[in-house]
Design a protein around this ligand. Structure first.
Ligand code: ATP
Length: 283
């Protein structure tokens, strides 16, 4: 039996704009995606037959309902893999949190199976498979700092925003991405992020400019239902964050800090609250 272990990294959005609703029901977006150090561990191993998916957290579905299964199944069919595969997920990324935890696991399975079965697929081929599993999976395969357009699958590399200190807070509610998009009223959006300005700030390593101009149009929907998100944003600012924002469709909120010491002080003050709290960095 051969086995391989991979880190499946979460993402945050440094900006999120929704451009239009398409005829197929999806939305065209323009967003800056950023990988962070917070990760699940995904172990992929050969088995005699079938696909088995297990997670160490009981609230995450195992078997066919796990997105990792869908990724493995697609790889088995596409590349006519005759033996089986076992997948074990050690979950650390909060679930239904706007951090693309499921997509990160699926990306790790695609990369892991490529190595385990010596398929020798290049990154473009892996991303193409990923696209069929979910809109955020290609980004999770690539990682880093990217402008993401289309339904999330059109990726353009922007300069790295690595090593920035982040405090991440996940209130005790789960949010369905589909629910947020279904309740988004595009004609009611009054303020949109200036994505080009943010890309410039990232290129110039101007953390202050980035932090003060970040914007996520989905906040309107999620914050209307969960006021706690606004409370956390304000709390992060009070504790010294240069800027704070909801990630993806929420409910996770992150604060960007000037340095690790300031992030650590904020983390210490938030870590025992009614939420999950992490100190992490952009990678
Ligand atoms: P996104 O921002 O891409 O929508 P998210 O972080 O908001 O992702 P996930 O953590 O990926 O959401 O979970 C969304 C749903 O998918 C959950 O309700 C969960 O039950 C289901 N799910 C299936 N497989 C996984 C997995 N491997 N990890 C987490 N959730 C999973």
């Amino acid at each position: 039996m051969k086995s391989i272990s991979l880190n499946a990294h979460a993402k945050i959005n440094l900006s999120l704009d929704v451009i239009r609703k398409r005829q197929d029901g999806y939305h065209d977006v323009r967003m800056i995606m950023q990988s962070i150090d917070l990760h699940d561990e995904v172990v992929v191993e050969t088995r005699d037959t079938g696909i088995e998916v297990e997670c160490d957290k009981p609230w995450v579905p195992g078997g066919k309902d796990n997105i990792a299964y869908k990724a493995a199944n697609l790889m088995m069919e596409r590349y006519k893999i005759e033996s089986g595969v076992g997948i074990k997920i050690y979950k650390r990324i909060p679930v239904a949190a706007g951090l693309a935890g499921g997509s990160a696991d699926a990306a790790a399975v695609i990369k892991g199976m490529n190595e385990l079965f010596s398929l020798n697929l290049n990154e473009a081929e892996l991303m193409n498979i990923g696209k069929q599993v979910g809109a955020d999976v290609p980004f999770c395969i690539k990682g880093g700092t990217m402008l993401s357009e289309g339904i999330g699958e059109k990726l353009t590399k922007i300069p790295s925003f690595q090593g920035v200190d982040i405090v991440l807070v996940k209130p005790k509610v789960g949010v369905s991405t589909a629910w947020v998009y279904n309740n988004l009223k595009l004609d009611k959006i009054s303020s949109r992020p200036d994505t080009d300005l943010l890309i410039k700030a990232i290129s110039e390593k101007d953390i202050g400019c980035l932090a003060q101009n970040m914007g996520n149009v989905l906040e309107t929907v999620t914050i209307e239902k969960y006021e706690v998100i606004n409370d956390i944003k304000n709390e992060l600012l009070r504790l010294g964050a240069l800027g704070s924002m909801m990630s993806g469709s929420g409910p996770s909120v992150f604060g960007i800090f000037e340095n690790g010491k300031k992030a650590c002080l904020a983390y210490e003050s938030l870590k025992d609250g009614e939420w999950e709290c992490f100190m992490t960095q952009t990678i």
